[in-house]
Design a protein around this ligand. Sequence first.
Ligand code: ATP
Length: 356
Amino acid sequence: MAETIIQLDNVSVTFQQKKASVQAVKDVTIHIQKGDIYGIVGYSGAGKSTLVRVINLLQQPTSGRIQVGDDVLFDNGQEVISTKTLRQKRRKIGMIFQHFNLLYEQTVIQNVGFALKHSNLDKKAMQAKALKLLDMVDLADKADAYPAQLSGGQQQRVAIARALANDPEILISDEATSALDPKNTNQILDLLQRLNTQLGLTVVLITHEMDAVKRIANRVAVMDDGVVIEEGSLLDIFTNSKEPLTKEFVGAEKGSKAIAALEDAHLAQLQPDEIALQLIYFGESVSEPLVVTLYKNFNVEANIIYSNIDVLGETVVGTNFVVLKGTDDNRQKAIDFLKKANVVVKQIKAGDVDHG
Ligand SMILES: Nc1ncnc2c1ncn2[C@@H]1O[C@H](COP(=O)(O)OP(=O)(O)OP(=O)(O)O)[C@@H](O)[C@H]1O
């Protein structure tokens, strides 16, 4: 059974400034399961960084409850954990940022070793552990280099090795790929995914890039103006988003334009024996066999108006907008058949645009 590792309940953060107060986080509740790669998406200023900083109480909330693992850190407006336990707890929560925050006058291995200074390891064991961590991020050969001699992606990998020094259970990645080019971005994301699998590391991935989330996250929260406006599994968010901002992030706008075109071209002119549908399918089913099968088995013609294929993590997701033509009975049989084949079927009616 899934085990909740981060539990934020009704968390709010208000910054008091001289003249005004800023409510950066408003009554947010999210529960992150152990082993999740949990994406938090939103535009700049949405409150993402503030929200994740409350996880290890780098930011004190104004109200709400925070539990990490078995420990309640904050409740009823105050810290409910000793300073010592909080310090230990923080070591089990690694963080990486857009700017790598490395020590530039120290070598790569010294940078990683620095994070071990509170461990009980002697110098030799520290050295060995730092090297092992560098090996984990494929940088053992750069141990004696200086950060400035490394690419941005490599520097971020050093930061990841450092963040893993105290064997954390949670890694918070706050826009860690925002300063990197697409190739380095993907390498870092793939590394986070590998660490998630190999170490069972729970990853909280803050980003404004939906592509990053799409590549590795299994759950997603969308934030806007301090509020989590939508939350769900990656597939849900991509195939069944409700909020306009979520749709904007997942690029469903493209789909909605297709629906608009569909409306213009077809919806107004649908014949009594026609129906317009949006079909979403996962994995192997592809449009061609579908069209043939519907015709062969049910004597229903399927006219594909728009088709798109996306890759979400390991899953291929296809979206088709089609017009089915056939008798009422046969169309219904075709729809039943599609649903049985795990295709999500949504009817599109004029004036009732479902962006999906
Ligand atoms: N220490 C602070 N004092 C006052 N206001 C703050 C403070 N930190 C953040 N804010 C405000 O809180 C809001 C949320 O900021 P936050 O950095 O959490 O957003 P974000 O989604 O992480 O954006 P970004 O990616 O740009 O950092 C913003 O309006 C910001 O100006």
